[in-house]
Design a protein around this ligand. Structure first.
Ligand SMILES: [Zn+2]
Length: 296
């Protein structure tokens, strides 16, 4: 299998899988439980979910390591299992991927606010990312996906940590933006232009956005990145904003609704496309059909 960056550079569009968290909840992950505890307790769930995404046509399968940094695992008393949690996630994803899909590992926020806004030292956050990413690099993966970052400073620390301990592994970095009357900003107040510049400078190979408010806003965010960057763009929208109905959380954007807007996302410059919260293998299958038509 040709390497991931090589395939992107040749102009191919790659399809990443969809949500993991909401799929785990649908399978019975109890509210308040650590999603990464599944890696050790029920790895078979991960194999089944990844297999469903692969069968739906995903080129890239994501390991369940979003909250796998020791700072994030600490909230559940699982920091000492950091290495075992990464290894188990990658093993399960590899079992589903075989030789047919790339393996990405997810690296989400630490869950801490750094000084001066919070009480956590940036060094503590860097150390935490380094420990997670060192374990990931040792297991061998095709992509480190730093994602759902709302603090650009933290995203930069994660990219730098990946560069340091996992050299040679491609790095993608995506932020979540709020749609404001003044344009798109992260919660911490950074805009797309600042994000594009600083993530590239830190050494990201692929940049973009994930999560957020659905595919319509993601079209405009993608166009913003296209304007300010020449790096390949990765875009993973939520299936809309979650709504609560009779204590059930519903994501409103159907596979068909999102798939219809995929050509516009490609025109806006996206070259890796996937889904975030609320997307399912049905979304991935609908995206696959559009991509196959688009390529033809
Ligand atoms: Zn999301």
């Amino acid at each position: 299998m040709r390497r991931l960056m090589e395939r992107l550079r040749s102009g191919e569009v790659l399809l990443v899988d969809g949500a993991l968290g909401t799929m785990l909840i649908a399978r019975g992950l109890a509210p308040g439980r650590c999603p990464e505890s599944i890696n050790l307790e029920r790895p078979q769930w991960l194999v089944e979910i990844a297999r469903a995404y692969r069968e739906a046509g995903a080129d890239v399968l994501t390991a369940n390591t979003f909250g796998g940094s020791p700072l994030s695992l600490e909230r559940y008393g699982l920091a000492e299992d950091t290495e075992a949690i990464q290894r188990a996630a990658i093993r399960a994803t590899r079992e589903a991927a075989g030789d047919e899909a790339f393996i990405a590992v997810s690296c989400g926020p630490s869950g801490r606010l750094m000084k001066p806004y919070g009480d956590t030292e940036p060094d503590e956050v860097s150390d935490s990312f380094r420990r997670q990413l060192r374990a990931i690099a040792a297991a061998g993966v095709d992509l480190i996906a730093i994602e759902t970052m709302t603090d650009l400073d933290e995203a930069v620390l994660a990219v730098q940590a990946a560069r340091e301990v996992a050299s040679g592994v491609p790095i993608s970095a995506t932020l979540t933006f709020e749609d404001t009357p003044r344009g798109f900003f992260t919660i911490m107040g950074h805009d797309i232009e600042q994000a594009a510049a600083r993530l590239a400078e830190a050494g990201a190979d692929i940049i973009g956005s994930n999560c957020g408010q659905g595919i319509e806003t993601m079209l405009r965010i993608t166009a913003g990145f296209q304007e300010h960057s020449s790096l390949p763009l990765i875009v993973q929208p939520n299936a809309g904003l979650p709504q609560t109905r009779a204590s059930e959380v519903i994501y409103p954007e159907s596979p068909e609704f999102m798939a219809q807007r995929l050509p516009a996302l490609l025109d806006a410059g996206a070259s890796i496309i996937g889904g975030c919260c609320g997307t399912t293998p049905a979304h991935t299958a609908a995206f696959r059909r559009v991509l196959d038509d688009h390529i033809r």
